[in-house]
Ligand binder design. Structure first.
Ligand code: SF4
Ligand code: SF4
Ligand code: SF4
Length: 426
């Protein structure tokens, strides 16, 4: 059989690994990585070029590429009753976990999740949508300041670690343009270890676990306050290994203080969601008027969507991008935009590398159904600034100094790739 190129995987990659005995050298992973994900392997250095997205794992026909699992370690931690362990659930998980547990495609099991997680032994259960609302408050404030001062525009969203790593490797000149607001999971873990602990007078350390649709989040947490990330699939394995009897569980709610987010935060799970949430809240902060629902809605991008919106007394140009190949296209005219949302995965996090797998032939239907389930989720609170739990956080806890801990610095990673040929010749 012809031996084709395959992606190189370093042993210390926190997201993926390869079982060499299973590999048939078919080259599918290399094709996906180079042409769908957009990694320029011609610039690969000694270090394999990888943005940890997990697309190759989903595509590998032999199961040779695998996600690095952390859930067994967490099951062991849960046996230690001295440890205080919190788990926070990312938006996209609620409409996809059910696929692994026998529910029909697109079932939203948000109201069962807290009971499931408590049965697994987690002491505190939180909703990452709370953290997403904090990201929105900070990023909307940042956007208004940049528009006012005309600096570092366009602003790029920064909740997708694959995109942030890509920017650091291939476009370090863009780093000042990325929002410095931490991602929703980054917000959750920082606030669990400070705000939640202080408000509840908890002296012990709290271990912060996040369940996400994303393999790249395992890379993101190499820095920051989150201790472990497990994927949607890993949570399903935990539930099955612990024989949790789902039909016997009653619906319940996540824990108070950080247990509820707005509808716009739930929409972080799909592409276009961060853009809509940030623009809506920025509009309110600027005008003190609540925008009509759907004013800043953009359909989930399978590639690239561009819009112009009226924003107070000016127009604002925005783009929503899924995938790095589409990003390269928009960068040719980036000066034309004020805000750019970038997500690595098709449809956004709903199509993340840690989500339940299924046949390629039904991929579009699977993504569309999950997106519809997010769109149809019930929530009385529409925007971040209307969330009482967010109001309490800002009113009673966050000083200007504490707000600084909600921001991060994005790293220049250009040493991980070889310079472009043009740059060498100059
Ligand atoms: S897709 Fe899987 S089987 Fe094919 S070359 Fe890559 S690792 Fe090997
Ligand atoms: S995880 Fe993504 S970036 Fe890394 S090798 Fe696989 S497809 Fe390429
Ligand atoms: S789009 Fe979402 S799931 Fe995909 S890599 Fe980015 S953060 Fe992870």
């Amino acid at each position: 059989m012809e031996v084709k190129k395959k992606v190189r995987v370093s042993l210390d990659n926190p997201s993926i690994g390869r079982i060499n005995e299973r590999c048939i050298n078919c080259g599918v992973c290399y094709e996906i990585c180079e042409h769908q994900v957009g990694i320029d392997h011609s610039r690969e250095s000694n270090e394999p070029s990888c943005i940890n997205c997990g697309a190759c794992v989903q595509a590998c026909p032999r199961g040779a590429l695998v996600t690095k699992y952390n859930y067994k370690g967490i099951l062991n931690l849960l046996k230690d009753t001295d440890k205080r362990i919190a788990i926070s659930v990312a938006p996209a998980v609620r409409v996809s976990l059910g696929e692994e547990l026998g529910f029909p495609l697109g079932t939203n099991i948000e109201n069962l999740l807290p009971s499931i997680l408590r049965h697994l032994g987690f002491e505190y259960t939180f909703d990452v949508t709370f953290g997403a609302d904090v990201t929105v408050m900070e990023e909307a404030t940042e956007l208004l300041m940049r528009l006012e001062n005309r600096t570092n525009l366009p602003i790029f969203t920064s909740c997708c670690p694959s995109w942030v790593k890509y920017a650091g490797m291939y476009h370090p000149e863009l780093l000042p343009n990325l929002s410095t607001a931490k991602s929703p999971i980054g917000m959750m873990s920082t606030l669990i270890k400070t705000y939640f602990r202080e408000m509840n007078m908890i002296e012990d350390e709290i271990i912060s676990v996040v369940v996400a649709p994303c393999t790249s989040k395992k890379y993101e947490i190499l820095d920051g306050d989150t201790d472990y990330v497990i994927t949607t699939r890993e949570l399903a394995y935990m539930i099955k290994e612990c024989n949790i009897d789902i039909p016997s569980l009653k619906p319940s709610e996540f824990d108070y203080l950080m247990g509820h987010g707005s509808k716009s935060a739930v929409m972080f799970g799909r592409s276009g969601g961060v853009m809509e949430a940030v623009l809506s809240t920025a509009y309110y902060l600027k005008t003190k008027k609540t925008p009509k629902q759907g004013t800043f809605r953009i359909p989930p991008a399978s590639g690239l969507e561009k819009r112009t919106f009226k924003f107070g007394n000016r127009l604002i140009n925005v783009a929503v991008i899924a995938g790095m190949t589409n990003l390269e296209e928009i960068l040719k005219s980036k000066e034309d935009y004020d805000v750019i949302e970038v997500m690595n995965c098709k449809g956004g996090c709903i199509g993340g590398g840690g989500q339940p797998l299924g046949p390629k032939s039904s991929e579009i239907e699977r993504l569309d159904t999950r997106i519809r389930a997010l769109d149809n989720s019930d929530n009385d609170i529409i925007y971040a600034y209307q969330n009482r739990q967010i109001e309490e956080l800002y009113e009673y806890y966050l000083t200007m100094e504490k707000r600084e801990s909600l921001h991060t610095v994005h790293k220049n990673l250009s040493h991980l790739v070889k310079p472009k040929k043009e740059d060498i010749n100059e």
